[in-house]
Design a protein. Structure first.
Length: 273
């Protein structure tokens, strides 16, 4: 299955005899579940990543549930509950947001939780900006009005509302998707904004609840770059070796050690902290 194919890919990468490996077996297994990726056309790296995470989560939570059944069966029956649907994917990548929604008429506030594995950040500038600018834009208070009004239970009718997101559970690994593709009329276009992002000490505490995490500072561990446009793009990656802390560039079969100064690029599309 997909988890076994992914495991073999990791084994080949870390223990294999070759300088580079092709993920074609894992890709073919995944394509059976997600037919979109069978096509030899341009696909979105963020969409592919979400499919990979979902597929591994589903496969690995079943293994976890099977292993836990004998240990947890009695207690689960006693409590009327079921085995928790967690996996290594949720433990590493899953965070939680809380959306505080305030009625503009009666000022009543309700909170709605939402889990995430990837945060898709808007890009507030056409030329240059920082990752912090993108975060501020994502977490700034917004107003729901007209067709987006909420039904206020206290007022008993639809009202304008203010909504603001807060991180209530920070994941061990946070993934940022930079929303470089946007609709302009009937056409999509790519934003070529040069986004500056830190290699270390990314502080998420301004966007987090006080109890969400003890240490909200993150270090960059990988970057997915997109070069080109909507229909003729090319993906590369920068990854930091977890032991030596050296950075490497991955461009198809070409793998090159790069200096820290080269990690900052105007083509970043996904950031892993």
């Amino acid at each position: 299955d997909s988890a076994a194919a992914f495991g073999r890919l990791l084994s080949d990468m870390w223990l294999g005899e070759f300088d580079c490996v092709s993920p074609e077996v894992f890709h073919s297994v995944l394509a059976k579940r997600y037919p979109t990726f069978r096509k030899r056309t341009q696909q979105d790296a963020q969409e592919f990543l979400i499919c990979v995470l979902n597929e591994l989560h589903e496969a690995l939570k079943k293994v976890r549930a099977h292993l836990c059944q004998r240990r947890c069966k009695t207690s689960a029956k006693a409590s009327g509950g079921s085995v928790s649907e967690t996996s290594i994917i949720t433990q590493l990548f899953e965070g939680q947001l809380s959306y505080d929604i305030t009625c503009q008429e009666c000022r009543t506030t309700t909170s709605r939780p939402e889990t995430f594995t990837v945060l898709s950040l808007p890009i507030p500038s056409r030329s240059t900006c920082s990752l912090q600018d993108c975060l501020k834009c994502f977490f700034q208070q917004d107003t729901l009005t007209w067709n987006n009004q909420i039904h206020c239970s206290w007022c008993g009718t639809k009202r304008d509302a203010a909504v603001k997101a807060t991180i209530t559970k920070a994941p061990q690994i946070v993934i940022f998707h930079l929303k470089r593709f946007e609709w302009q009329g009937k056409h999509r276009r790519k934003l070529l904004t040069d986004i500056r992002y830190p290699l270390s000490n990314l502080d998420l505490s301004p966007y987090s609840s006080p109890l969400s995490c003890k240490d909200a500072k993150y270090s960059l561990c990988a970057v997915v770059n997109h070069v080109g446009f909507l229909d003729d793009g090319h993906y590369t990656a920068f990854c930091k070796h977890s032991v030596t802390e050296n950075w490497y560039s991955f461009d198809d079969a070409q793998i090159t050690r790069i200096p820290d100064s080269s990690v900052q690029t105007g083509t970043a599309y996904l950031l892993f902290y």
